[in-house]
Design a protein around this ligand. Sequence first.
Ligand code: MG
Length: 372
Amino acid sequence: MHIRKVSLGYISIPLKTPFKTALRKVDRVNDLIVKIEDEDGRAGYGEAPPTAVITGETRQSIETAVREYLAPAVTGMDLNEPEEIFAAMERAIAKNTSAKAAVDIALHDLIAKEKGVPLFRYLAGDNTAGIRTRLKTDLTISVNDPQTMARDALLAVENGFDILKVKVGKGGLQDVERIRAIRDAIGMGPAIRVDANQGWTRQEAVRTIGMMEDALLGIELVEQPVSCHDFEGMQYVTEMVKTDILADESVFSYEDAYRLIKERGADLINIKLMKTGGIHNAMRICDLAEKNGIRCMAGCMLESAVSVSGAAHLAGARAVITMCDLDGPSLCAENPYQGGPVYNGPDIELTQTPGIGIGEPPVDFEDGVRPR
Ligand code: MG
C-alpha cells in the first residue's frame, strides 16, 4: 500500500486560561493538521504546534517544511517500508522537528489503521507485557504571582488532578515562595513537579532547589533548571542537588539523549514528539533509556488531542515512560474531535479503535504538496 496524498489544514481552539511559562504566554492552540491518505482512501492524521521559542519553528516554517520538503518526499512511498519513509524524511530536510512530527504521527496512525490495531499495540510489537491503556497526566500550573498560582493549584486538585506541573523560573527566591504558597493551599498529598523552563542560572538553580529541599516542600523532580545551551550547568545541578533533574529543552534527538545519559546531564528525560521529530525517533530514545535504566516522561507542547494522543499511545506502549505530561487537551476549552483516547481530568484511557482512534478533524484540508 502506497502513500497517495498528503494534505493539510489548520485547527484553532481557545484555551481555558492563558498559558504562561518563563518563555511565553499563549491563549489559543493554533496548529497545523496533516492528513495522509493511502490508495484505498484510508487516512491518518498528525498535528504540529508552532512553538518557535522551543523548536525554532513558526506556522509558516512548519507549513513550508511539510509542503515543499516532507510531503513531496513521502508521496508515493510504500507504507510497508516505514523505515525507508522515515529515512527519506530525514534526508529531505534537517531539523524542523515539529513539521516532521506531524507527518510522522499521521503515518503511524495510518500504518496502525492498515494493520487494524490501535497504535499502542502496533508500537509495542511483541513486547505486550509493558502495555498500559490507562495513563495519568499531570496538569500545568502557569507561572504567576504566588497567590494566583496557589488558587490555580487548589482548583486543579479540586478537579481531581493529584500531580501538578508547576511553572517557575521567574526569580529564584520568589519561586520558592510560589511552591510554598501552593503547598499551603493543597497540602502535602498531591505530587509537585517543578518546571523552570531554563529560567535559572546554575547557581540560582542549586540555591533554589536546595531551599525547596530544606523547606521539605516535597518536590518530585525539577525540569530543565538551566539553559539548554548550558550542558555543564545541567551536569552541575544534577550533581549538586538531591532532587531528580528532568531534561526537557536539552534533549531533542537520539544523539542528545545519548550524550545526556553518558555524561549524566540529568536523571530523567522528557520525550516530546515535537522535539524528536515524531514517534519513530521517540521509540529509539525509549530503547536507549530502557537499556540504561533511565525513566522518561511523555510530554507535549500546547497541542490538541491529535498529536497528544500520538504521545499517549507511545506512553501506553512503552513501560520506560513512567510519567505523563499530556495535559494539552485538558487545557483546551473545547474538544473539536470525534473518538480517540478519552481525556477525563487526570485520566487518559486508550481505546481499541485502530490507529490513534480520532476521526477526520473538522478542518478544511487542501493539497499539501507545493513545488519549491
Ligand atoms: Mg518543560
